[in-house]
Design a protein around this ligand. Structure first.
Ligand code: 0L1
Ligand code: MG
Length: 262
């Protein structure tokens, strides 16, 4: 690690305050160019610790930057991982206040709910499918705390991979009964299709993103608990939203889920 404990604490406080107060900041590697990967995840851990100290509950995890469309949009080459807490949950069809966010974007995702604990290293697609009860559609709302979404990968990891809100819904399916690679995905904004894709856009198979998450947790001495929700990553590029926008995600065989920005 390159940064000391007090610097990690200060960075966690800065980024969490930006999230809670909907204020942006410059990417933190501008002021801490030596920050390494362990530091980045340590800042993310400290943000989670701050939330837990206020009573937040972890409901799952997310993989980010898992599709080529998204990697190209952001100019990066590797997936990243973050946590999901209860304060990010939005009910299906509910409203999201844009004034609570900085510059929200939405991503269409296939979400997994696990039935048994998963542990890495060595986790693979088969283990993920065997351990997953169900899959369902989800809209992730990302909101980088960095000005104009200008960041590098370490800064994004520290910022809990831009996690802000998510809504899941639609029709639940058994993870083993659908071919997640060929499921068609349509993201609509105000009734117009604005992004199209298929499950295979996520690392060839969305379960591969979950396996990567589990192996990442394993390297850090953690496992993915039974009953976790996992957002496996945006299938298309992220789409900007503003007040007044209605977003609907339709996934073949999995129904639709909607959210409205006010
Ligand atoms: O979920 C995601 O793919 C977002 C990763 C973080 C980068 C961004 O803010 O777009
Ligand atoms: Mg995402």
């Amino acid at each position: 690690m390159a940064l000391n404990a007090s610097t990690l604490d200060q960075l966690a406080e800065l980024l969490e305050n930006c999230q809670l107060q909907a204020q942006d900041t410059l990417k933190i590697t501008d002021s801490h160019p030596d920050m390494d990967w362990d530091d980045a995840y340590a800042v993310q851990d400290r943000i989670l610790a701050r939330k837990r100290a206020r009573g937040a509950r972890v409901v799952g995890y997310k993989a980010g930057l898992t599709s080529h469309a998204k990697m190209q949009q952001m100019g990066v080459t590797d997936p990243v991982f973050g946590f999901l807490v209860d304060e990010f949950v939005v009910a299906e069809g509910a409203e999201i206040q844009v004034s609570d966010l900085i510059h929200p974007k939405v991503e269409p995702e296939i979400c997994f709910i696990t039935r048994t604990e998963l542990k890495g290293p060595g986790c693979h697609i088969g283990a993920v499918l065997a351990a997953s009860d169900v899959v369902l559609p989800g809209i992730e709302v990302i909101d980088s705390r960095y000005r104009d979404f200008k960041f590098d990968l370490k800064s994004v990891v520290a910022d809990n991979t831009s996690a802000a809100r998510f809504v899941v819904g639609g029709r639940i399916a058994s993870a083993r009964d659908v071919d997640l690679r060929t499921l068609g995905v349509v993201l609509e904004k105000n009734g117009q299709a604005v992004a199209l894709g298929a499950g295979a856009a996520v690392l060839g198979h969305p379960a591969a993103a979950v396996a990567m998450l589990v192996n990442h947790l394993g390297r850090r001495g953690q496992s993915l608990p039974a009953g976790s929700l996992v957002l496996s990553g945006g299938i298309t590029e992220a789409v900007s939203v503003q007040a007044g926008d209605n977003i609907t995600l339709r996934i073949q065989n999995l129904g639709s889920v909607s959210v409205r920005f006010v």
